[in-house]
Design a protein around this ligand. Structure first.
Ligand code: ADP
Ligand code: MG
Length: 779
């Protein structure tokens, strides 16, 4: 009690001295001058007052006005100044890890401290915080995880949930949990921050919490739509060739397959008509429909290039921000631009990228001023829409799309499609150009398409599978999942909830009564999709941990195999070299990873990655995720200290295959061989296609009757990404629910399957599995 109190008081005084010293230093004064010029500063006293008097406050304000970097810092400063600095503990969540890191770094710099002192961050895999950290920026996922073990958020004084307008699933989930927590923690302060003006929605959710708007100043931005842009850049929509020229080729190609020629004309006419501005209302929906087959690689690289040339040649100085759909797109366009005589000239153009997986060093470059007469061009995902502010942007190029997952509850299929953004996003993107002077925004779509956009984007909770979320709800011990979720701002469809519950029952994470099983408890502490978590645990139990660890880390980050647009075939060939005829993308990943480790030891990692079309950053991320998983599993007592036992059987291919199957089931497709071709059907009889980069797409025949796959994705047709061939016996043994003692039944069925008994290690393992599972799942 009082000893602790004394320590904290002493620490508080120290904090105050340090803060004052900094604020009185020349650099400190300069920084303070800058900070005091931000719009948020004018509201500082009013906001501090409101936060002191209300448990919940909703704050909105133009992006860049200083919400994220200033408001939590105001609280910290005023607590420190009042001599209570060491008693406060402020958490501010960000939807993306990269913004949590960038913001923490910025705020420590503003306070003249190294990162990890009074300001720190924590994201999956990484963190910088110490015992003196009183303001922590973290991802919303991290706060949710913390709530699992610390249900009252003991010791936390203020929680900021940032970017709530994005309506990410974690943010919506946090709101429910915190709303339940507030009555129990009367002293806890909750501050919601949002960029756009739908603050009322959140205020109502918290029983009419007060809302504040920070009026921000932005310069006017002139919007150019496709009509204008074509004229400006010399593109005219009068001939089909030119239409192809600006990258809509893919669209025509798809259409051609359906009905050659006629179809193409019809669509071209639609776009032309729309551009002629006649009959807007009629055309909106039809144009929308036809344009929906635009794929990410066809949003118009050539058109973007033309716009960038136009800016560089004709426009005043100022940075350019290009909004693209995703990392693949960005890297393709970057390669294209690098080869351009003007845009690729490093003496004239400073070409940068900004996306979720970029390295921290690259991140810093984005904020830097280029030398005079060099134009900064940043190719970004929609991350640059609100969470990251690049100050000197004067020109924005908006492709109009963002890659977004949608979820079809009826077919229980997640879809990953670049889809049209909302009007709110388009306005937000445009606004990024007006921060330092009047700006220009180039929207690469006709105005009528903009008018057909939805007003706001659908919340993520309503467009993603709820498997992980439902598992977390269960481990929070807050009762029925359905009931809990019905308290959401906008509750998901009951069918989506039911699908998730069924899924969790099927993999054995929940029992018949929807109670968390032993396995479920383990799964809820693993920061991965439940089925990958299950694969990981099985990998440990079945003593083939290392390869499975690589596979799970790879599946939960992204594919390290690159697929550059113009070198698809070479990349495919490179990948297939890793497949060793075992019909498995997952095994290919394991070999590629191990090859990289070897190359690294020999100092040839870069060359190795270049030659094999591998992303070194992704491999590094897989490496650190592997470490984290190992640590968690050790902690949970599922791994031996030295790991040797858990790897006794790592060389056993059929076993690894079996464990892959145990995790990925029911992602299973039957291989149908015809005379000259192969096709694939999922359990519900739907046809699926193999992703072009799959090693299995390169074979004429596959010597397994089944393929297990991680995810199916709807992109025009349904594709499966990574797959592994499995035998009947593996499917029967390891597919489906082994967990309720049904295993005896399985064993009987197996008697007809010769290959099972030809592989004694598999049989031995199966018996072991049954024992282990019985232990694991004992009720
Ligand atoms: P908001 O959260 O309201 O969008 P921020 O607090 O992120 O605004 O940023 C406020 C201002 O701080 C920005 O307009 C920018 O001028 C400045 N800023 C933010 N991050 C950085 C950074 N990493 N480097 C330099 N300036 C920055
Ligand atoms: Mg912000």
């Amino acid at each position: 009690g009082s000893v602790m109190e004394k320590v904290l008081q002493r620490r508080s005084l120290r904090l105050r001295n340090m803060q004052r010293t900094w604020q009185e230093s020349p650099e400190g004064k300069k920084m303070l001058n800058f900070r005091n010029s931000l719009p948020a500063f004018r509201e500082k006293e009013r906001l501090l007052q409101a936060i002191a008097c209300n448990q919940v406050v909703v704050i909105s304000g133009e992006t860049g006005c200083g919400k994220t970097t200033q408001l939590p810092q105001y609280i910290l400063e005023s607590e420190i100044e009042s001599g209570r600095g060491a008693f406060c503990s402020i958490i501010c969540t960000q939807p993306r890890r990269i913004s949590a890191m960038a913001v923490a770094e910025r705020v420590s710099a503003e306070r003249g401290e190294p990162l990890g002192e009074s300001v720190g961050y924590k994201v999956r895999l990484e963190g910088m915080k110490g015992k003196n950290t009183h303001l922590l920026f973290c991802t919303s996922g991290i706060l949710l995880r913390r709530l699992l073990s610390d249900r009252n958020l003991d010791g936390i004084t203020h929680v900021f949930i940032d970017e709530i307008h994005e309506r990410g699933m974690n943010e919506d989930f946090l709101l429910i949990v915190l709303k339940n927590l507030l009555p129990r923690r009367r002293d806890l302060r909750l501050i919601l921050m949002s960029a756009t003006l739908n603050a009322d929605l959140f205020s109502n959710y918290f029983g009419g919490a007060p809302t504040f708007h920070i009026p921000g100043f932005t310069y006017p931005v002139k919007a150019h739509f496709l009509e204008d842009i074509l004229e400006m850049t010399g593109y005219k929509l009068t001939s089909f060739n030119q239409v192809d020229d600006y990258g809509q080729e893919k669209m025509w190609k798809t259409q051609r397959q359906l009905a050659p020629r006629k179809r193409k004309n019809q669509i071209t006419t639609l776009v032309e008509d729309a551009l002629n501005k006649s009959n807007f209302e009629n055309y909106n929906s039809r144009v929308h429909e036809s344009l929906s087959s635009w794929t990410p690689d066809s949003i118009g690289f050539n058109l973007i290039e033309a716009v960038l040339c136009h800016i560089c040649r004709k426009e005043r100085p100022g940075a350019v921000l290009v909004f693209m759909t995703g990392w693949e797109d960005i890297s393709c366009l970057r390669d294209q631009l690098k080869a351009h005589p003007l845009l690729g000239d490093p003496n004239r153009v400073f070409l940068l990228t900004c996306h979720g997986s970029m390295a921290t060093s690259e991140q810093k470059l984005i904020f830097e001023k280029p030398p005079p007469n060099v134009r900064k061009i940043v190719l970004a995902t929609n991350m640059a829409e609100a969470s990251i502010t690049i100050n000197d942007v004067v020109f924005v190029v908006d492709c109009g799309k963002a890659k977004e997952t949608t979820y079809d509850a009826l077919n229980n299929t997640p879809c990953l499609l670049p889809s049209w953004i909302s009007q709110a996003s388009a306005r937000q993107r445009r606004g990024r150009a007006g921060r330092v002077q009047p700006g220009e925004c180039y929207h690469l779509y006709p105005q009528c398409v903009y008018e057909a956009f939805a007003e706001y984007q659908l919340p993520e909770l309503l467009r993603t599978p709820l498997n992980s979320l439902c598992l977390q709800i269960k481990s929070l011990q807050v009762g029925s999942i359905g009931e809990f979720l019905s308290a959401a701002l906008q509750p998901p469809e009951p069918l989506a909830v039911q699908n998730a519950v069924e899924f969790l029952k099927m993999i054995g994470a929940l029992d018949e009564n929807e109670n968390l099983s032993h396995l479920g408890k383990y799964l809820s502490v693993l920061p991965v999709d439940p089925k990958l978590g299950k694969m990981l645990i099985f990998g440990a139990i079945f003593c083939c941990f290392e390869p499975i660890l690589t596979i799970v880390a790879g599946l939960s980050i992204r594919d390290p195999f690159l697929l550059p647009q113009d070198k698809k075939d070479l990349a495919g060939t490179a990948k297939s070299r890793f497949s060793a005829k075992d019909y498995s993308d997952h095994m290919a990943l394991v070999r590629a990873y191990e090859g990289w480790k070897d190359a690294e030891r020999e100092g040839s990692a870069y060359e190795y990655c270049w030659r094999n079309f591998l992303s070194i950053q992704t491999l590094q991320a897989i490496h650190s995720l592997r470490k984290q998983f190992t640590y968690i599993l050790k902690d949970a007592g599922l791994l031996d200290a030295d790991g040797a036992t858990n790897n006794r059987l790592s060389h056993n291919q059929s076993l690894v295959r079996a464990v892959i199957c145990s995790g990925l089931f029911p992602g299973i497709a039957s291989v149908v061989h015809r005379e000259t071709s192969m096709s694939f059907k999922t359990m519900d009889d739907g046809p699926v296609f193999l992703y072009a980069n799959s090693v299995n797409a390169r074979y004429q025949t596959i010597s397994y009757p089944w393929l297990v796959f991680g995810e199916k994705v709807k992109v025009n047709t349904v594709f499966i990404r990574d797959s592994t061939g499995v035998s009947d016996s593996i499917l029967i043994l390891f597919g489906g629910n082994l967990n309720y003692g049904a295993a005896d039944g399985h064993l009987k069925m197996l008697e007809g399957y010769i290959d099972f008994f030809m592989d004694p290690s598999l049989a031995e393992c199966y018996v072991k599995l049954k024992e282990e599972l019985d232990k694991l799942l004992q009720k």
